[in-house]
Design a protein around this ligand. Structure first.
Ligand SMILES: [Zn+2]
Length: 303
């Protein structure tokens, strides 16, 4: 039993390794001067890092996947030969770590010329054994180095199935009968959300203008203070600040809540920064508007 499991594992590693060679070869179509930086071969999964200053486009990924799957269907022979380093060079082998090789090298060729690499790893005998190949993601690893994630063999079907499950669960969350309706629903939701954001902003502006006109709870040091309570707390302080600082105010204004969060807005004559410095309260500086959290503000405004 154990032997069978190990054999399955070994086969899946071989599939991923040969698929890595095919991917490396394909990448050079779009990045002729690229170099392999690092490569990880797992069970029916692989990661490949290469030098590039951009990601592959969706079309390029599709083309790579289609070509590799065509190679798999063509069932090319994978030939492993030992030869002298000079003979290998004549074959255009990609000797990335040439300095590490001795006189004799191991050359892995797929379909004679499709892919030629110096490699000590184990491979499938025919590309058909890989079954299938799929790119599952791209990411940036460091400056100038991109990583491709891919799966092969039965993992391709598992991956597709897991995506389907995820789409079905999204559809359920959105109360849809089928995931094919997700796209339409999302488009609608985005339009609704944008409308709501606009409405919310308009409402906030009206409310804040109203706040600035109502009688202050306290006047401290010439500054009108409003304690944020009741439905005013529906407006996040961040939004209050961004609206208040654009209003033309006749007097400096301070909005605070009992936790000490506050927004201090100055006028053309008295800057918010001056007030905050005079009161010894800490917050983010801008001459016009200061936002922060300081219990001292509560003490001042309720004194
Ligand atoms: Zn290899």
């Amino acid at each position: 039993m154990k032997i069978t499991v190990d054999l399955n594992r070994r086969r899946s590693l071989m599939r991923a390794h040969t698929a890595t060679h095919l991917l490396h070869d394909q990448l050079q179509r779009f990045f002729p001067d690229t170099k392999q930086e690092w490569s990880w071969v797992g069970t029916d999964a692989l990661r490949f890092d290469y030098r590039a200053d951009r990601f592959l486009t969706t079309e390029e990924v599709d083309e790579i996947v289609a070509t590799i799957n065509a190679c798999i269907i063509a069932d090319y022979a994978v030939v492993v030969e030992e030869m002298s380093f000079d003979d290998a060079k004549k074959l255009w082998a990609k000797a990335f770590f040439a300095d590490k090789y001795g006189d004799r090298v191991r050359v892995v060729r797929i379909d004679q010329t499709t892919s030629i690499e110096l490699c000590g790893g184990t491979h499938v005998n025919h590309t058909g054994e890989i079954w299938a190949f799929l790119v599952t993601g791209q990411e940036s690893v460091s400056a100038g180095v991109k990583r491709i994630h891919a799966v092969c063999g039965p993992a391709v079907a598992e991956y597709a199935q897991s995506l389907e499950h995820r789409l079905v669960s999204y559809a359920r969350k959105l109360d849809l009968a089928s995931w094919s309706q997700i796209d339409e629903k999302m488009t609608k939701m985005i339009i609704d959300m944008r409308q709501m954001t606009t409405q919310r902003e308009t409402l906030f502006h009206a409310l804040v203008a109203l706040l600035a006109q109502t009688n202050p709870d306290v006047i401290y040091d010439g500054c009108y203070g409003y304690r944020l309570q009741g439905w005013w707390t529906l407006i996040p302080l961040k939004d209050l600040a961004s609206i208040l600082k654009n209003l033309s105010l006749a007097y400096p204004l301070c909005v605070w809540d009992e936790t000490g969060s506050f927004v201090l807005v100055g006028t053309d004559i008295v800057s918010a920064k001056t007030l905050a410095q005079t009161w010894w309260v800490r917050g983010g500086w801008s001459d016009r508007c200061i936002q922060g959290k300081d219990q001292r503000i509560v003490a001042l405004m309720t004194s």
